[in-house]
Design a protein around this ligand. Structure first.
Ligand SMILES: Cc1ncc(COP(=O)(O)O)c(C=O)c1O
Length: 366
């Protein structure tokens, strides 16, 4: 961009825009034969019923705006989760629901109602939303082994957000610990982002029938192989769902398109395919973790579809660059505490074997 053009650009940005530090998603390079293990996408196809929906979808139905409540999808999901449809709310990926929840429930700085607590190491989108919506945050240090101590999250605050299992560590808190945090103060929202929970760990969904200050977010992007469709949902007591609806209807009333609703329903209806693909992925994850340990890596105990690993002879960047040279893309976070590690998404068994072989060659040469 020429300097002149850049200035014109900045000139029109308002104060909020100038304040932002946007999130940087993992790369999506269009390179052939790349083993892409950097954004926690699922290597398996979506459920076969999804393909059937895509092949038979009536284009004429796209003339109409979608059902704002995603009713048929909600009925299918409510049955599976054992909640009522009025406790469900859908969004264009769970990132959108996070944005709505931050906007609708955590106090703005000027309200003086306390800061938003989050773990020091967590999904890096949370501080981005906090800046956008002018929410003051406090990042709580982790234990040395990267586990989360629930005690500091029980202190008075304006709210809590926790990814459980956490990212990029892959480590989860028990549902009992989550309940301790939720029950510590009924006058603040505890937002539990369970993007990876289907791969292990305890879900806190059952808490929504017991507490009206907890909201759980799930996504179809990871365990249901539908990252490209953009579908996520919130589970919470009705007043919280109504709070989300108010935010949505102040921005864009139709966030989930009709085709996505139909695809989501088809995915939910095939439980056996879902369970089989999860089991296959978990088996690959556990085997890969062991192989990496055998090569001298420290691998954090993962309950997700990725592993966070480091090797004492190499920096995270060394490993990232070596793999990249061999057409394998993993995620490297160039920040203190994380820069010793790489985050490796679990792909197909043969791709993980290629990764392990490539790392084994690298370590042998040292
Ligand atoms: C912890 C966590 N939450 C939420 C998301 C967003 O997922 P979605 O694709 O549903 O927006 C991600 C995606 O990487 C994630 O890692």
């Amino acid at each position: 961009m020429s300097q002149q053009k850049e200035q014109v650009h900045f000139r029109l940005w308002n104060q909020r825009n100038r304040r932002l530090t946007p999130y940087v998603p993992g790369e999506q390079p269009r390179v052939k034969n790349l083993i892409k293990l950097n954004t926690n996408e699922n290597p398996y196809s979506p459920a076969p019923g999804v393909e059937a929906v895509l092949r038979t979808y009536d284009p004429d139905s796209l003339r109409r705006y979608p059902d704002r409540e995603s009713t048929e999808l909600a009925i299918a999901l409510a049955k599976r989760l054992n909640v009522s449809t009025s406790q469900l709310f859908f969004g264009n990926g769970s990132d959108e629901l996070l944005a709505m929840a931050f906007q609708g429930f955590f106090p703005e700085r000027t309200e003086n109602k306390g800061v938003l607590l989050m773990p020091e190491i967590t999904y890096t989108f949370y501080p981005v939303y906090a800046r956008l919506f002018d929410i003051e945050i406090k990042q709580i240090p982790m234990r040395d082994d990267f586990t989360i101590d629930p005690a500091p999250f029980c202190e008075p605050s304006g709210g809590v957000v926790i990814a459980n299992p956490n990212a990029p560590t892959g480590i989860s808190l028990s549902a009992e610990d989550i309940e301790v945090i939720v029950s510590a103060d009924p006058n603040r929202l505890v937002l539990i982002d369970e993007a990876y929970v289907d791969f292990g760990g305890d879900s806190a969904i059952y808490l929504v029938n017991k507490y009206d200050n907890v909201m759980v977010l799930h996504t179809f992007s990871k365990s249901r192989s539908l990252a490209g469709m953009r579908l996520g949902y919130a589970v919470a007591a009705e007043p919280l769902i109504e709070g989300l609806r108010r935010i949505r209807d102040s921005i864009n009333s139709f966030t989930v398109d009709s085709l996505t609703q139909a695809v989501g329903k088809a995915s939910i209806e095939d439980e056996s395919y879902f369970q089989k693909s999860l089991a296959d992925l978990i088996e690959t994850r556990d085997r890969t973790s062991q192989q990496l340990k055998d090569l001298g890596f420290t691998v954090l105990p993962s309950e997700t579809n990725f592993v966070f690993a480091k090797h004492e002879d190499f920096t995270g960047e060394d490993i990232y660059l070596h793999l990249r040279k061999h057409n394998i893309l993993v995620r490297f976070f160039n920040t203190p505490k994380l820069n010793e590690f790489v985050r490796i998404t679990i792909g197909l068994p043969e791709d993980m074997q290629t990764l392990v072989d490539c790392l084994s060659d690298y370590i042998d040469r040292k």
